[in-house]
Write a protein that binds this ligand. Structure first.
Ligand code: FAD
Length: 338
C-alpha cells in the first residue's frame, strides 16, 4: 500500500517524500573520469539542488585509484576487481549496488558502457529505464528524443525507486566539480564477495583497438565526416589528413561503413555515435534522417556536396555545392600543419 501511495504521489507530480539521492555510474580511462561521465554528474546536479550524489567507479589497479582521486568531490563507491576492468556482464553486480543505497536515481551516460549496463540492471530490479535523456525539468520529469530525434517527448517516471536513466552526454556540459582538488571524498569499497567469473557468465579474452592520437569521436570539438561520396577507403585518408591538421575526429555515414571504407566505430547517426561538436564538416554526405539524428546538435555544420538538392544543406550553417575532392585538395594545401 505504501508503494502504491508513493507511486500515486509521483504520478500526480508531487514527487517523492524523501530527498533525492543519486548514484552516478562513471567510466574512467587513463586515470581520469571520462568527460561523458562528468556530463552524467552534471545531469545528477540537475535532478535537484539538494541531491545527494555518489559516484560508482569499477576496475582495479593504479588507473582506478587515480580516477578515484579525479572524482574526489563526491561520495565515492569503488568496486575494485579486475572483473570490472573490461565490459563483462556488469548488470548483476551493479543491480545489487543500485538497490542497496536507497537511491532515488541512478544515472549513467548513454555510451556503449551505459547502454550495456543499465537495461540489464533495470531488468534485474524490475524497473523500466528511461533512456537518452536530454533535459531534466523536474526530479522525475525528463525530455528525451523519439522518432530518430524528430520529436522530443516529455515523460514522467512513475515507477519504483531507483529511477534508472541514461543521459545524452552532448546535452549536459561536463561538470568541472570532479576536478576539484580541495575536497576529499569518503571512499566506500563495494562488497563483491558474491561475484565470480562464473556468475558473470562471460570472461574477457582480448581487446583490439586502433592506436590513434586523434580525439575520441564522441567528445571531439571538431568532427570531419565522410559519406559514400568519398568512394573508397583510400580516399578516406584525405579526410584523415584534414583531421590531423584540425585536431579533429573522423566520422562516417553508415553507407561509408557498409561499403567497408572505415570501421563501424566511426559511424555517426541513429545507430552510431551521437556527436555535438563545435564544428561538424560533412563531405559527400546526403543528410539522411538517420545520419542527422546523430549530429544535428552540432554548433556549426559545414556541408560539401555536389548535389545542390542534398538534404544535408537544410541542416547546414555553411553549404558548398562542389566536388569534395577539389575542396579537400584546396583545404589540405591551405590549412597549415598543426
Ligand atoms: P548517400 O545517401 O549515397 O549520399 C552520398 C552523397 O555524396 C550524395 O548526396 C552525393 O551527391 C554526394 N557525392 C557523391 N560524390 C561526390 C563528390 N565527388 N563531391 C561531393 N559530393 C559527392 N546512416 C548513418 O549515416 N548513420 C546511422 O546511424 C544510420 N542508421 C540507420 C538506421 C536505419 C534503421 C536505417 C534504415 C538507415 C540508417 N542509416 C544510417 C542509413 C541512412 O538512411 C543513409 O542510407 C546513409 O546515411 C547514407 O549515407 P551517405 O550520405 O554516405 O550516402
Amino acid at each position: 500500500a505504501i508503494r502504491r501511495l508513493l507511486q500515486m504521489r509521483n504520478f500526480i507530480g508531487l514527487g517523492p517524500f524523501v530527498q533525492a539521492s543519486t548514484l552516478v555510474v562513471a567510466e574512467h580511462e587513463g586515470g581520469l573520469v571520462k568527460p561523458s561521465s562528468l556530463s552524467a554528474l552534471a545531469a545528477a546536479e540537475a535532478v535537484s539542488k539538494e541531491n545527494k550524489i555518489s559516484v560508482l567507479l569499477g576496475g582495479s589497479g593504479p588507473a582506478l585509484h587515480k580516477a578515484a582521486e579525479h572524482a574526489a568531490s563526491s561520495h565515492l563507491l569503488v568496486s575494485e576487481t579486475p572483473l570490472h576492468d573490461h565490459w563483462l556482464n556488469l548488470g548483476q553486480t551493479y543491480s545489487v549496488q543500485f538497490s542497496k543505497g536507497g537511491y532515488s536515481h541512478v544515472i549513467a551516460s548513454s555510451t556503449s558502457f551505459g547502454k550495456n549496463l543499465l537495461p540489464r540492471a533495470a531488468a534485474l530490479l524490475d524497473v523500466s529505464p528511461v533512456t537518452d535523456v536530454t533535459s531534466i525539468t523536474e526530479e522525475r520529469v525528463f525530455v528525451r528524443p523519439i522518432y530518430a530525434g524528430n520529436a522530443l517527448c516529455t515523460v514522467r517516471y512513475t515507477g519504483d525507486d531507483p529511477c534508472i536513466m541514461s543521459i545524452r552526454s552532448t546535452s549536459f556540459s561536463p561538470t568541472s566539480e570532479a576536478m576539484s582538488e580541495t575536497k576529499v571524498a569518503p571512499i566506500t569499497q563495494v562488497d563483491l564477495s558474491f561475484l565470480s567469473e562464473e556468475s558473470l557468465k562471460s570472461s574477457w579474452v582480448n581487446l583490439t583497438s586502433q592506436d590513434t592520437e586523434r580525439p575520441d569521436l564522441a567528445n571531439a570539438r571538431v568532427v570531419v565526416t565522410g559519406g559514400r561520396g568519398l568512394k573508397s577507403a583510400e580516399n578516406f585518408k584525405l579526410l584523415e589528413q584534414l583531421a590531423e591538421k584540425l585536431g579533429a575526429a573522423v566520422g562516417a555515414t553508415r553507407a561509408a561503413v557498409d561499403a567497408g571504407f572505415v570501421p563501424n566505430d566511426l559511424q555517426v547517426g541513429q545507430t552510431g555515435k551521437i556527436v555535438a561538436p563545435e564544428l561538424y564538416m560533412a563531405f559527400g554526405v546526403s543528410g539522411a534522417i538517420q545520419h542527422l539524428a546523430g549530429m544535428r546538435d552540432s554548433k556549426v555544420i559545414v556541408a560539401v556536396n555536389k548535389d545542390a538538392d542534398a538534404p544535408i544543406f537544410q541542416a547546414a550553417d555553411y553549404g558548398l555545392v562542389a566536388d569534395l575532392f577539389e575542396v579537400l585538395d584546396e583545404l589540405l594545401k591551405k590549412i597549415p600543419d598543426k
